[in-house]
Design a protein around this ligand. Sequence first.
Ligand SMILES: Cc1ncc(COP(=O)(O)O)c(C=O)c1O
Length: 434
Amino acid sequence: MNKLLAADYQNIWHPYTNTATDNPLFLVDSACGVELHLADGTSLIDGMSSWWAVIHGYNHPSLNQAAKAQIDKVSHVMFGSLTHEPAIKLAEQLLSLTSSHAKQDFARVFFSDSGSVSVEVAIKMAIQYWFAQDRPKKHQLLTVRHGYHGDTFAAMSVTDPENSMHSMFQGILAEQLFAEIPVYGDDIAWRPEYMDSIKAQIEQHHQSIAAIIIEPLVQGAGGMKFYHAEYLRQLRQLCNQYELLLIFDEIATGFGRTGSLFAYQAAQATPDILCLGKALTGGYMTLAATLANQKVVAGIHADSQEGKAGGVLMHGPTFMANPLACAVANASLELLQVNNWQRQVAAIEEQLKQQLTPIQAHKQVHEVRVKGAIGVVEMKQPVDFNWIVPKFVELGVWIRPFGKLIYIMPPYIIKPEQLTKLTQAIAQVISEMD
Ligand SMILES: Cc1ncc(COP(=O)(O)O)c(C=O)c1O
């Protein structure tokens, strides 16, 4: 075995792994465009964008240049009482991209270092908001089943308690409220009763609920399920009616992945708090942001009561607004425009529909679904992970299924022939399951 791989097997704990078992592991030496180059000389077309993040591909000259220029100025500086141009520009850009009809949907950007932490911050904002209104009983979160919001403790508390990898923490995590999973299928005819489950929870518990948190339009790690935009519009109305804040977690859906820059814009339902991460830096570095509207900001600041927070948002990570990450994020946002992300994502969507739909006919396939630059083949049974991942590598592609889901969300710069290689590999592997 390669010496580095051997050292990895000996010393490192990878995500969601038991170190006592041999998990498939591949050594990346470099990456360029949509290709990962392994140390043994193999090249793989990347179908995962390193978990939704690398939208412009690897080793991009503009993103490299942004990082290089910034590292020669300052690579990190504390954000308490100090600031810098990359963060200032990035906040301006994010607030402008989340504006509609010349009006900003959000008033402030709070930067943090990962998606999970941006969710922690969003939850903290919601709880602090109600503290400040002198309604401390409103501290619970309501969400839907099959959601996923990260691996830290508050984020895990709103991740599905039964159908997720976090079920073992039941009883330890803060107790939150769960409604049924939204009826899925984004092209289904809408029916009012689709709101029944969440409406019942709201009616019963609104006095104790600070906010509803949900991934808009696409439930990612909780099952790669797409649901109707009307659900979100009605949720917005219910939140207004029952005095609840609304948090959208767009860590996976943000920056064009579903075919609109942000899913909330396509749904025409604007949350009070928005979480962003993953593709924010084009997948180059870890950076996340929690955007809050004026109501939330002013509401938190209104708390000047003695013994309370005194209007201060109680959060401040060491690596908040890292200048390198902010500089690369600015370059990534520019690239989205230059590359015409709408055209890129629309072309991927069309090709995925054409090439994945025939796989639906296979007897082991439960369903094929495509939305924007996301293609999902849901099998009837869980796939054998230790067989399928090396099989994909043999076929020259990087696809990493979980459970029953074989899914891809490639970099937006992928060429049609590279995308065909991904879809053909999926068809080939499924045909070998007979
Ligand atoms: C919707 C959603 N929220 C939150 C997270 C957590 O983000 P991170 O892994 O950067 O902490 C993820 C990660 O997959 C996600 O998909």
